[in-house]
Each structure stands twice: as structure tokens, then as C-alpha cells.
Design a protein around this ligand. Sequence first.
Ligand code: ATP
Ligand code: MN
Length: 481
Amino acid sequence: MGRIKIKDLLNATEFGQEVTVKGWVKTFRNNQFIAINDGSTINNIQAVVDFTTTDEALLKRITTGAAVSVTGELVESLGKGQRVEIKVRELEILGDSDPEKFPLQPKKHSLEFLREIAHLRFRTSTFNAVFKVRHALAFAVHKFFNDRGFVYMHTPIVTGSDAEGAGEMFRVTTLDLDNIPRNEDGSINFKEDFFGKSTNLTVSGQLEGELAAMAFGEIYTFGPTFRAENSNTTRHLAEFWMIEPEMAFYDLNDNMNLAEDLLKYLIRYALDNCSDELEFLKARLLEEEKQKPQNERSDLDLIAKLNFCLENSFERLTYTEAINILKNSKPNQKKQFKYLIENWGADLQSEHERYLVEKHFKKPVILTDYPAEIKAFYMRQNEVDAEGRKTVRAMDILFPGIGEIVGGSQREERLELLEQRMREMHIPVEEMSWFLDTRRFGSAPHAGFGLGFERLVLFVTGMTNIRDVIPFPRTPKNAEF
Ligand code: ATP
Ligand code: MN
């Protein structure tokens, strides 16, 4: 008799059959009721042992965290809370778990504590749910793009280009740090380094993605990216996963439509395929919000919030329109913003983004046409407007509780304008010759964006700290496990 997964057993209707399950003990009550979980579902199966006929020493080894194999008859449960249970005939301890030492007790642990034991937190219901949703979303990303004919492109993780300038990079080197080879002028001699040049971990696959888009038409990347930015926030990781589609013959509108479709598809996929997990996470969030004052609690529960997002089109407006709203907003007039909005050109801080999304529009927002000064060199330049303002065809998607979830743009496809902008921004034009070749040979309008995968998982799971939606978070001063 082979092992059956608990997920399948809980749906079984054939009572009386003999079954075997293997899993980990969550709780053992009254010397009788074992709740077992095997990770196949967030729900446990109850196995009932007859303590009058079971060896005392064996009963003692049924402790939280122990791995067990249980064989017995599947019966209809008389107890509350479950439909089926196993009447144990045979029980084997596969691996003991010393209850004095096992850090996970059958009680509520804080997320902070669980972060310190990230190697064990997968065993909790919360993290079972979070990482199941993460898995489903990752799968759905590939499904979405595959169904639309996009090519999944693996862009390099070690890169010799630092052109993006999107935040600080991690250096990759095999040089002996105690004996660094130097040039005559004292600078580091990277010719002696592994790649014969200075290299870094990638901050984005976009530039390479553009090369592929100019051949395949529509591509996407989905891989790890690294930023050595020293921002200790609940929304930044030093190592995070990013989805970066890049499409030839798309303008900014096509780009926004694709991004909105993608986000809605992914949310819908989670609702359709992770209902147990989302119900659990919804209850968890309600419980957590009880600790907060009434005015800080959400109006909508997690599932209602996800549905709301599907049912409404994202509000689209320009940066300039947003600045006017923010300038006249209450928190700006009453000087409640930490960074007051005074002039056009100001970079939007997360307090401003959240005001627009959570207070003003009360739904996801897409901001377009940002000042060129605060955006990357590769974004397509708009005509200078009547007031002499220079903007680019950028678009950022802002989500409630998250802030920026997507950053993208139509790309500058005109060689002269791109080179000119690069010089203005001190980007080494010669070193980037390979990138500029796309503009030299068969240049075409194209666009793309980057979706931060963890920010999406945060939104869908209702978790509040990005460290809780990636298995082993890397943040400043922390690279455990
Ligand atoms: P932010 O202003 O929030 O730092 P950014 O403008 O640096 O974001 P982009 O360079 O446009 O972000 O990156 C694209 C997407 O990647 C962002 O919209 C966000 O979802 C995600 N992202 C960026 N930096 C991080 C990070 N440090 N940790 C997790 N996700 C990130
Ligand atoms: Mn950033």
C-alpha cells in the first residue's frame, strides 16, 4: 500500500479503505489525536491512536515536529473540524523531534521570531500558505507569457555592464582581497581578475532583454537580481526576483495594457488555484489587524481586496497630473508629508505614492511621463512641452500597501537621441556599443517593464514585510542560511 498525500485523502469519499500517510506531527492531543501535515495542503489530517493498546514509549515519541508514517482505516470523523480521519493500525516514528529543543511549539509565534529560524518556518501554516502562493504565482507567470508566445530568455547574472545605474551593485571577483593587484596609478588591475575586467551581479536583465526582443519580438526574463542599496525597508531586498518582459513594436499604451493584464491574470490565478491558502491568509491578516487602531485597519479583507483589483481598471494619469493632486492634497497643505511637494520635478516618495493609491484614487494607479531627470537614460524622450519641461515615456504601477510594483517605459529607439542622453548622464557610450547596435541595425519602437516578484507576492498574500515572502531573505547585514 503506497503513501497517499494528505491533500488527496482529505477529498476522499471512500471510507473503510486502508491508507498510509507520511508527514510531520503538528499537535498531539489527549494522548489520542495526532494532527499530521505533509505539506501537500495547508490542512492537516487527524490520525487517532488507541492509547490503551499502544506502547507507552511509542506514544511519548509522538511530539510536535516528529516525522511519522501512519497506516490505518480511513473513517468518517465524528469530531468537529474535519470530515475524515485515520484510525491508526500501525504507527512508525521516522524521525524524532525533541520537544525540549524543537523551536516551533503548537502556539502562535511572531513573524520576527520565525525569521530567525527561517530554516524551520516552512513547517508553519503561514509559511506553507505563503510559499504555495509564491509557487503558484511563479508558475502562472510562465503560463501567461507562454500562452501569448513570449520567449523565456535567460539573461546573465554576472554582468560586465553597469550601465543601468539602478542602484548599487555587488562586485564579483576572485582577486585576493589581502593582496590586490594594482596598476601603476594605484587603481585595481582588473585584468588579473577572473573575467579580466570588473564584473558585478546584475541589477536587471533589461538591456540584454532588449537585444533578444529585437529578434524574437516578445520575450520575458524571470530571474534573480541584486541591489546593494542600503535601504532597510519592508519592501526592499538585496536579492530579489524580477519579471522583465520586453516587446518590439509596443508603445507605452501597449506596455501598460500588458502589465495590467499580467497583474490581473496573476491575481486571478491565485484566487482560482490557492483558495485554501488565501482563506487562511485572509484570517491571519484579520487577526493581525485586530492589534491596530480602527482607522489603520483595511476596509476590505484580503480576498475582497484582490477581487476589487480585478474588477477595476487601473487609474492612468501623468506625473504632472499627479504632482498637481499631491500639491493640493491635505497632507501636503498641512505639512504632514515628510517630503513636501513643492515643485514639478520632485521624485515621488513612497508616502506620495501611497496617498495617490490608498487615499485619492483608492485603486491601483499607473503614472506616466515622468521628468527625464529622475528616470533612466534608455527611456523614450517626449517632445519638450510648452513650459519647457522634459519628460520621458515612463510608467510606474503603484499598488495599495505596496507602492511601486512595476517600473517600465517605452524605450528610446532613436540612436542620436539615445547617445546624446547617455553622454548627458555620463554613461560610457563606447562600452555600450553592443547595446546601441540594436539602434544601428533595424531599430524599432519597443517597450518593456520590470515587475518585482516579491512585491507581487506581498500583495497577494497580504503579508506586510518582504522578508516573509522569500524563503531566505538577503538584506543589509543579513545573509543567514
Ligand atoms: P523603488 O523605488 O521601490 O526602490 P525602483 O524604482 O528602484 O523601486 P526599478 O528599478 O524600476 O525599481 O525595478 C523594477 C521593480 O523591481 C520595482 O517596480 C519593484 O517592484 C522591484 N524592486 C526594485 N527594487 C527592489 C528591491 N530592492 N527589492 C525588491 N523588489 C524591488
Ligand atoms: Mn530602488
